[in-house]
Design a protein around this ligand. Structure first.
Ligand code: ZN
Ligand code: ZN
Length: 125
């Protein structure tokens, strides 16, 4: 007779002693390209590298700016009509696929995107 508890014990023993095997269990397809990823963010490294990160921006409103020579610039809008906040953080430019993801979260309630983008936001900070 096969012991059910013996089987579970053997599987648990295997997982504990081969913890890296858990990566196989928790791998998931990238949300953007369907490639298998082991990232916690569920967006593969290739897609993360392709995202349009906000590198040069207004230090007050985070509007993307063209100048890479000075990172302490304030845009004309903030100079002429200062917003009621001192700073804003925007890790990505509002372009594809970020604009599409934001639209899907807002219109369709696809909140699973928020975990991935939240992790990247934390890394950006
Ligand atoms: Zn991907
Ligand atoms: Zn600004």
């Amino acid at each position: 007779m096969i012991s059910f508890t013996k089987k579970l014990s053997t599987k648990f023993h295997f997982l504990v002693n081969n913890w890296h095997a858990l990566d196989i269990i928790f791998q998931s397809p990238c949300l953007l390209c369907d490639a298998i990823t082991l990232n916690k963010s569920a967006i593969c490294k290739s897609c993360l590298a392709d995202l349009e990160w906000n590198v040069t921006f207004c230090k007050q409103c985070s509007l993307p700016m063209n100048s890479e020579s000075c990172k302490e610039l304030i845009c004309g809008e903030c100079l002429s009509s200062p917003p009621p906040f001192k700073t804003c953080v925007a890790p990505f430019n509002y372009s594809f696929p970020i604009n599409s993801i934001i639209y899907r979260v807002k219109s369709s309630g696809e909140q699973y995107w928020l975990k991935s983008l939240g992790l990247e936001f934390c890394r950006y900070l």
